[in-house]
Design a protein around this ligand. Sequence first.
Ligand code: FES
Length: 125
Amino acid sequence: MTSHDVTLEWPDGRTRTIAVREDETVLEAAERVGIALPFGCRTGACGTCTGRLLEAEGTEPGDGAGNSGGVDIEAAFAHRRPPRAFKDRHREDGYVLLCIASPRTSCRIAVGSSVHTELMENPWK
Ligand code: FES
């Protein structure tokens, strides 16, 4: 089974790169190697596991014109089920639910509970 290198980046600057298979979620892969990530429902409903895609292989992290849509979340991840915790604009802004998302390319993701907080504080971003 194909796997991709996924680099997790915490707000304190810590990073870990893990190999995530296409048949497992980022959360499952992190648990497999002993990395604790926040989660709640594990079904895409609560948003606790939210990460933000920073960069995906073959894409640019932004276009420099205030548009954060340079990273194509749909090309970078396949979802096991609909990400019910999100509105469409959240996905367009590069947010991803790590409990239901499996990578389709190597990428970097901002992780940690503060990423979910971004959505709660500024849902219109
Ligand atoms: S843990 Fe609830 S949406 Fe991922």
